[in-house]
Design a protein around this ligand. Structure first.
Ligand code: ASP
Length: 431
């Protein structure tokens, strides 16, 4: 069975199981109190739900266990490999410029859409409100920058909320490994590359568990509050989909046309195989071979450019993920802020923009990586990570969409960089 069919089955069976519990096992849920009150009241059904809650937490911990080693090894090996080849200077600058520009535009699109629609305000989500919300309130932009630089690397590694510090250290370490003399450069690079391969193996294993994870999550969520949580979530999903499509179909095509002088429609048609693979696998890394093939054979981009831009893009350039980090975190903050009666300040939003960019650079190109990184941003804001656990139940369709956007942006970068280097694209016979 295909991975997404399994997940769908997990989702449906979980919802059915949860509904049965909710309908037939009596508890405080039947008193008519709503949302949070029902949760706080606790209920007889709690006993039934306890193992599912445990399963959901263990599954989420497994995913979070991957964050630090995966970010560290992927960024260090990527950046070290890059800065070693000095001849790539100009190409590297252009590619990086495009990646940062498009990711930031994606985040801004998400920020505008989520602030205009405010789906989290007053949403009836089955999440407990934290007693004290710190947020980034009272923190200035300067504080955010200051907190990005770790005083102690091991301190940064030991707390998932300090994600920005891990990424900062990884970028610095990667950069200098690339500049070490042999044999040290080779040794260090080999160490981190092998570490990355190891972590991807572990990740593959954990990812096989996603259908079961979704099943226990659904039993837990539906068993607690019935299907009512899904109304705000459906609205939220529609907003995420809209923002992603806007970025992919308006923002990126304009850039492609203006900066790359390539017809977006023709390029989109040529890229169809890579985009469809991204959609069905939810993984930019798994899609990478197809992306390379499609960009070279159907797009006509020379191998010299595609083999540089695309592997790098599959790890660091994730527009869809960047947008999603921002939208997801602000959605949950809107909920917490409106339910808990506190304000979501500008400093919070600035923190979320910076963190979303870093998280998208640090996220691995594997299913649900973006969602897992979101837990780190939430911890950084002092918010509970349960919100991300709730979103995991409905992550797959959104993950499929954002992976398409991630890969689409990589291919646009390859086309624009090729054009800027004086090559023609889309000239080869289509296969
Ligand atoms: N699945 C995405 C990718 O591989 C990452 C994410 O979860 O956002 O590109």
């Amino acid at each position: 069975m295909k991975a997404h069919s399994k997940i769908l089955l997990g989702l449906l069976l979980g919802a059915a199981g949860g509904l049965v519990l909710q309908q037939f096992v009596p508890g405080a849920f039947d008193t008519g109190a709503d949302g949070i009150e029902r949760l706080q009241a606790g209920c007889a059904r709690d006993n039934w739900l306890a193992p599912f809650r445990l399963g959901a937490n263990v599954f989420m911990n497994l995913l979070r266990m991957l964050i630090v080693p995966l970010i560290l090894t992927s960024i260090v090996s990527g950046v070290a490999g890059l800065s070693g080849g000095r001849e790539f200077g100009r190409l590297g600058a252009k590619t990086f410029g495009w990646y940062i520009l498009t990711s930031l535009l994606a985040i801004i699109t998400g920020l505008v859409v989520i602030n205009l629609t405010q789906p989290g305000v007053g949403a009836n989500l089955p999440l407990a409100i934290p007693d004290n919300y710190e947020g980034a309130a009272g923190r200035s932009f300067a504080d955010i920058i200051e907190r990005m630089v770790p005083q102690n690397v091991f301190g940064a590694f030991s707390d998932n909320g300090l994600l920005l510090q891990v990424i900062f250290f990884a970028l610095v370490a990667g950069f200098f490994i690339g500049r070490l003399d042999e044999p040290h450069r080779g040794r260090m690079l080999g160490l981190f590359e092998s570490g990355f391969v190891l972590m991807m193996r572990v990740a593959e294993w954990v990812l096989q568990l996603i259908p079961y994870g979704v099943f226990v999550l659904m039993v837990k969520v539906v068993g607690e509050t019935g299907m009512s949580a899904f109304k705000p979530l459906l609205y939220y999903m529609a907003i995420v989909a809209f923002a992603l499509l806007f970025h992919a179909m308006v923002v990126l095509p304009i850039l492609l046309r203006v900066l790359g002088r390539v017809s977006p429609l023709a390029w989109f048609r040529a890229m169809a195989p890579a985009l469809m693979t991204a959609f069905s696998t939810s993984s930019s890394s798994v899609t990478l071979p197809v992306t390379l093939e499609t960009v070279e054979k159907r797009g006509g981009v020379p191998n010299k450019i595609s083999s540089f831009t695309l592997p790098l893009g599959a790890t660091v350039n994730m527009d869809g993920t960047a947008l999603y980090e921002c939208v997801g975190v602000i959605f949950l903050s809107q909920f917490y802020a409106s339910a808990g009666g506190f304000e979501l300040g500008y400093a919070d939003q600035i923190y979320v923009v910076v963190a979303a960019l870093m998280a998208s650079i640090g996220a691995a190109g594997i299913p649900s990586a973006g969602l897992v990184m979101m837990t780190a941003i939430l911890s950084g804001l002092g918010l509970p990570v349960e919100g991300a656990i709730l979103l995991l139940a409905i992550d797959r369709p959104l993950d499929m969409l954002r992976t398409v956007v991630n890969v689409w942006s990589d291919t646009c970068a390859a086309a624009a960089v090729a054009r800027s280097e004086g090559h023609t694209v889309l000239q080869t016979t289509q296969t």
